[in-house]
Design a protein around this ligand. Structure first.
Ligand code: NAP
Length: 337
């Protein structure tokens, strides 16, 4: 992008290669590039790994032909960020509400590099995902109450004095869980939270608010302890020795680790964080992972007769809140053009 600023004497084609180069393919108008490159749709699976996109996605999701100097740019940043549904959600919203905006994936190996890039090309807001939800906090000039209390931030907005951080995972999770359970209070029901990372922190905050009695289960028990003590919850490791404890907290089980994400085979036990636990069929399992649609642990729970839910609705709802924070417009408003 810097190079493009100095290339104004002759027509040129400019495109950044590799996995981090995708923004240059979508925003080629900012580079004054004569053309952009795409790859055939059938090769997309491999191409996304090296930063390519296909012509249908470029036109239908990113609305490439409508982008111009007046387009407001937003994005999602993370690493490796191989698969993300956020561009589809946000770009559909811009289209629906007739906004000249675009939302792009920004793969980056450091959050400060993302922010440098964002400053340079004038990005107005970013969704922040694995592994930067905590690392982004020191980069903010201010944060909202939830991001501050949870210690994780998944949404940043550019204000005149710097980046302002929010957490919309809490809203997304609360709404999706309440829909799944058919109620928004847990009335002391026993809840197992699997994981103690960025997403689990938002989950624990919401479960406390909803009145659940929880136990945090995590591979590294010390991380579970820190999170559990914050909310007065119990904690445990996550292995065969924790099976009896999990039994005691199994009214609702929230899976909040990345294990099972992008699992090729739904029946592979290596991708099941609860491989040691026998479901009774009475548990309600909410897995916040949404790719694949049915994770290995969901498949096993469903076979035992449990009600299960993946993280897609959570993702949508947190995205709707993000959309409102970015644009001021209610995503779900129906009186649109
Ligand atoms: P993260 O901070 O990287 O998660 C780390 C947590 O997962 C830690 O508790 C870690 O345990 C545990 N963990 C990692 N690998 C594990 C493994 N192989 N076995 C057992 N535990 C493991 O990530 P995150 O931001 O919390 O996100 C977690 C998942 O939730 C991701 O798949 C993300 O895509 C998904 N998510 C979905 C939504 C949605 O809207 N649906 C929103 C946010 C996140 P240790 O402490 O032992 O390292």
């Amino acid at each position: 992008f810097r190079e493009a600023a100095s290339m104004n004497e002759y027509e040129h084609i400019l495109c950044a290669m590799g996995p981090v180069g995708l923004p240059s393919r979508i925003l080629s108008y900012k580079l004054h590039s004569y053309l952009t490159y795409v790859s055939p749709e059938e090769n997309l699976e491999d191409m996304t790994k090296i930063g390519h996109t296909d012509p249908i996605t470029l036109n239908n999701i990113y609305r490439f032909r409508t982008l111009n100097e007046l387009t407001t740019v937003y994005g999602v940043t993370g690493w490796p960020l191989v698969k993300t549904n956020s561009p589809a959600i946000h770009n559909a919203g811009y289209q629906r509400h007739a906004m000249n905006s675009v939302f792009i994936p920004i793969r980056s190996q450091s959050i400060s590099e993302t922010l440098d890039f964002a400053e340079q090309i004038g990005i107005k807001g970013l969704a922040v995902t694995v592994p930067y939800k905590e690392a982004v906090l020191p980069e903010l000039v201010e944060e909202d109450t939830e991001a501050g209390e949870i210690g994780a931030c998944n949404t940043i907005i550019r204000r005149s004095n710097g980046w302002y951080g929010c957490n919309t995972d809490t809203y997304g999770f609360r709404r999706a869980l309440a829909e799944f359970l058919g109620q928004d209070k847990l009335h002391h029901r026993r809840v197992a939270i699997i994981g103690a990372g960025g997403a689990a922190k938002a989950v624990a905050y919401v479960i406390k608010q909803m009145g659940g009695k929880a136990c945090i289960f995590n591979r590294t028990a010390a991380h579970a302890q820190v999170l559990a003590e914050k909310y007065g919850f119990a904690y445990s490791g996550l292995d065969a020795d924790s099976s009896a404890m999990l039994d005691r907290y199994s009214d609702v089980i929230i899976q909040a680790t990345p294990k099972g994400m992008n699992a090729d085979s739904p029946s592979c036990p290596d991708n099941d964080p609860l491989y040691f636990y026998q479901f009774h069929g009475t548990e309600k399992l909410f897995d916040i992972v949404y790719v694949p649609e049915i994770t290995p642990v969901m498949a096993r729970a469903e076979n035992a007769g449990c009600e299960v839910c993946n993280g897609l609705q959570m993702l949508k709802y947190q995205g709707y809140k993000q959309f409102k924070l970015f644009t001021g417009v209610d995503y779900e408003r129906t009186d649109t053009k």
